[in-house]
Design a protein around this ligand. Sequence first.
Ligand code: ADP
Ligand code: MG
Ligand code: MG
Length: 907
Amino acid sequence: MEKKRVYTFGNGEAEGKADMRNLLGGKGANLAEMNLIGVPVPPGFTITTEVCNEYYEIGKEAVVKILKEDVEKALHGVEVLMRSKFGDVENPLLVSVRSGARASMPGMMDTILNLGLNDEVVEGLSRKTANPRFAWDSYRRFVQMYGDVVLGMKPTNKEDIDPFEAIIESVKEGKGVKLDNELDVEDLKELVKRFKLAVKEQTGQDFPVSAYEQLWGAICAVFNSWMNERAILYRKMEGIPAEWGTAVSVQAMVFGNMGNNSATGVCFSRDAGSGEDLFNGEYLINAQGEDVVAGIRTPQQITKIGSQRWAERAGISEEVRSSKYPSMEEAMPEIYNELDKLQTKLENHYHDMQDMEFTVQEGKLWFLQTRNGKRTGAAMVKIAMDLLHQGMIDEKTALLRCEPNKLDELLHPVFDKAALKTAKTLTRGLPASPGAATGQIVFFADDAALWAADSKKVILVRIETSPEDLAGMAVAEGILTARGGMTSHAAVVARGMGKCCISGAGAMNVDYKARTVEIDGVVLNEGDFISLNGTTGEVYQGKVNTKAAEVSGDFAQLMDLCDKYSRLKVRTNADTPHDAMVARQFGAVGIGLCRTEHMFFESQKIVAMREMILAPDVEGRKKALGKLLPYQKDDFKGIFRAMDGCPVNIRLLDPPLHEFVPHDEKGQQEMADAMGVTVSYIRQRVESLCEHNPMLGHRGCRLGNTYPEITEMQTRAIIGAALELKKEGLDPHPEIMVPLTGILYEFEAQEKIIRDTAAQLFEEFGTEIPFKVGTMIEIPRAALTADRIASRAEYFSFGTNDLTQMTFGYSRDDIASFLPVYLEKKILKVDPFQVLDQKGVGQLIEMAVQKGRSVRPELKCGICGEHGGEPSSVKFCHKVGLNYVSCSPFRVPIARLAAAQAAVEEK
Ligand code: ADP
Ligand code: MG
Ligand code: MG
């Protein structure tokens, strides 16, 4: 059987329907569906997306040949319904030629209106409607659109003005008018004449007169627009495959430009910004197509309440509003009522918020498009919960309606919209970590700590950050760096902290000595206010007020719903009581990774820590460890308190040692004084600690096995803290994790120290607490021998950052030199450090879980890499039967939603 390429719709009938969007595109499928459910839609037909692919295979001429018969037949059907004829002079049918892909790609491709006009037909139309202004307005629009889209008149250089716009401007100027609708018939005729001259001049061709020639030109131009630069870019951003293609819908024109009883507009069944269940939209009287969006004239509100709210914001009195800017509800009450009824009907039919386009022709309402509307994260959650409560969707659908990553928008503070309007943008950097922040500039981490202790809100401004800045970053409202990309230290750490950060703001000149930063000639001093939008990368001068995130209400209900369906638990990665508290508020049920090395950065501790690292022998180390013990115990108590009743998985020390020791002379002198040794000794030690590849060096349990006294001290701190809290009546659940195990014996030796030390403490305290000893699986060998390791280890936590690094053999620190090229050339589809590589690394995880549980069926397994908060990776973890994922506090809700979706999507 011959493949069906053309699907007709009209007069309450259609060959397509809503679920055929792959073939008909979203627009074509919904035009068909609207016909079927009794919404008034001008008749027409849709050429399938498959033809788009054929077009790119066999070319224009061949495609026109195979389509010709079907298109002519379908168009004849439209002629019958519209009682007019395409290309006819006395009774012409005009059509629009519209693009529409599977996924909505707003404004990316082209549409041509009023097709079928020429110098004779325009006169016929003028006579038929007795409305020459309308006929000529349509004609000049057509010549302009066709010229731009089909004949390539649109300038390629973005600085160049559209040649047609230039002509319109000059005619308006000559007449001394501002608005398009102030031009009369003679002006419009003049425009058409000059437009066609411009076409001839620029392309060397006459403007086509034949309606069919125009039609084929337009259809092929829509196919061409699938491959235009912005469409390609948009697809890349949204991950839409090029093979999908665009459909082309050809549809009888209805006219919003026939006078004051005609109009065109765009409306939403709910508020796309806030999610409020309130019909809203904008319209323009005596206008056509994109006029509303294009901002040629200021559109009016559709509803009275929308109009009143608009007037209030603009400071316009009700009296002036109702007389000068009436809503459609007031100006065209009957049509408004019909529109309102139909928008409700469409929402009820699709069970989701609709974004609709309509036209009113001489008092008659027509729908031209409907689709599920795009919305903000906040609206996404509110609409899903409202639809659930209104009985329009069930719980599972409500969960699937929310996109996990979009929750991020809700969790961070946001700028007050009104405050933003008056803010002055200084520059733009990379949107490294979302949220809004406002505060006083400081340039150094220790100043940040001092100022913050003084209850000041600060923004840490640096050329770049390093681990030593951690404490300062932790207390800052936001971080701004001149250098570094999306994976720079500042960016990664800030995202982990859920803190607003802009990196790579290259226009910024930081002068640490003068304590100033200069941006495009503006010089700011320490203490001056600055504001950051980490979601967009914009940097503002001065204070811009922010609002805290809203985590109750609909958001909380959604989260409860997640827990009802998910099997996978969500823990958090947290190194401080504060982070632990934040994560608990977001619903974390434990700590999946507490990194002890991050606890040493504060001033007193860092000295003792450095002493421990630089010590010449065991004695020296033990002395330094003795100083660290009370600090560590205190830190653990804080964390256990914050996570009372929940498991806390603490990783034993796993530091890149060289990062902790001072590399500058002043710091080295300080350490020499503190330890009573010479500076040259310190310098030598620092140099000897230098490793060529520290990622594969003296770290993890290699450290604990060469310096067992460190493991002993840390166990004392952990178990000691827990025992002391038990006395206070609390309920701590420590889990002690050995990092970087590759060989069973490495683990056994560490486990022995831990258990012996715990036993000693239990005796000292005369009481016991339950605790677990487990290991991180981050070395491929550990995954390969997981059954052996599970014979001793009580749980596995997959450290997928290192596991990815070692499975691929990519150094996380050096990947920047080739990763972008790999992504560009599609050697890698995604960055495996962000999205878990399920085929390789995932296989190791799946295998290790199976092997481990073969010897220890109750083996608890979790994941604690950055992947623990990435939705597709979370779903994978569900699939292979992990017990939990662990992620940074601000990603906890995202992981909870992804975990619930994984359960719901299962069969
Ligand atoms: P986009 O995908 O860019 O929104 P559309 O194909 O929806 O492009 O066309 C843009 C606008 O043109 C529509 O919103 C509508 O106002 C107008 N339009 C399209 N087809 C017709 C038609 N047959 N009659 C009247 N107006 C039309
Ligand atoms: Mg549209
Ligand atoms: Mg690791």
